[in-house]
Ligand binder design. Structure first.
Ligand SMILES: [Zn+2]
Length: 219
């Protein structure tokens, strides 16, 4: 296990959360803390390791066996793996149920991290693992927005658990930045029948906060 990673700017990640399965919005201007000591690759590896360890433990406590993802695949632009009939798109991260893997455009993610801080990595990856958990629990939803809001909630619950255990260190002001970013990442309208809907700003903030404050069990 790596030493505690620094959660610097939580803001950027939420923009990414808006885009899983879709081309996301471009990077946004924001203030940036001093860069952490870890490299991009280390942050990505740490986020994956800590998130899967969290869920493995969580499943075990409930008498369930967590099934690790089969692959964790960085790609460039359109060079990523297909998921069923769907081609990968640039500027995205996604979980593929068909192959039980997570893939992400590393150029895009690294650019976000460079511009806004490493918090992006520590939010995007737990959100995508949230989808991997949904698949294992066979959680049924009627609407895509429900799937996405639960993944936001799972990301919040995962991050708070990692902070509470000392594996991640949150910086003062991160919570406010997070809520502002969720606001920016929200859908412009509450079109909950839209198959690509991720939820409005208020819905995403509420979902993430529920998980962060009450744990993944509240999701
Ligand atoms: Zn998602």
């Amino acid at each position: 296990m790596r030493p505690a990673a620094r959660l610097l700017t939580l803001a950027p990640a939420l923009l990414l959360l808006a885009s899983c399965g879709l081309a996301g919005p471009g990077p946004r201007e924001t203030s940036m803390d001093a860069a952490g000591a870890d490299t991009f690759e280390q942050d990505v590896a740490t986020a994956r390791t800590l998130t899967e360890a969290f869920w493995k433990d969580r499943f075990a406590r409930q008498g369930l066996a967590y099934r690790p993802i089969s692959a964790f695949i960085p790609y460039d632009g359109r060079s990523g793996p297909r998921c069923g009939d769907e081609s990968p798109v640039p500027n995205n991260a996604f979980y593929c149920p068909a192959g039980h893997f997570i893939a992400f455009d590393r150029v895009w993610m690294e650019a976000l991290r460079e511009e806004m801080g490493d918090g992006s990595v520590y939010l995007i990856i737990p959100h995508e693992f949230g989808h991997a958990v949904q698949a294992q629990l066979r959680t049924e939803f009627e609407l895509n927005v429900q799937v996405e809001l639960q993944a936001d909630c799972y990301a919040g619950g995962t991050l708070s658990a990692l902070v509470e255990s000392g594996q991640l260190i949150a910086q003062p002001g991160d919570a406010d930045e997070l809520l502002l970013s969720l606001e920016a990442a929200g859908d412009p309208t509450d079109d909950w029948l839209d198959p690509s809907a991720h939820g409005t700003a208020e819905q995403r903030q509420a979902a993430f906060t529920t998980g962060y404050e009450n744990g993944v069990g509240a999701c």
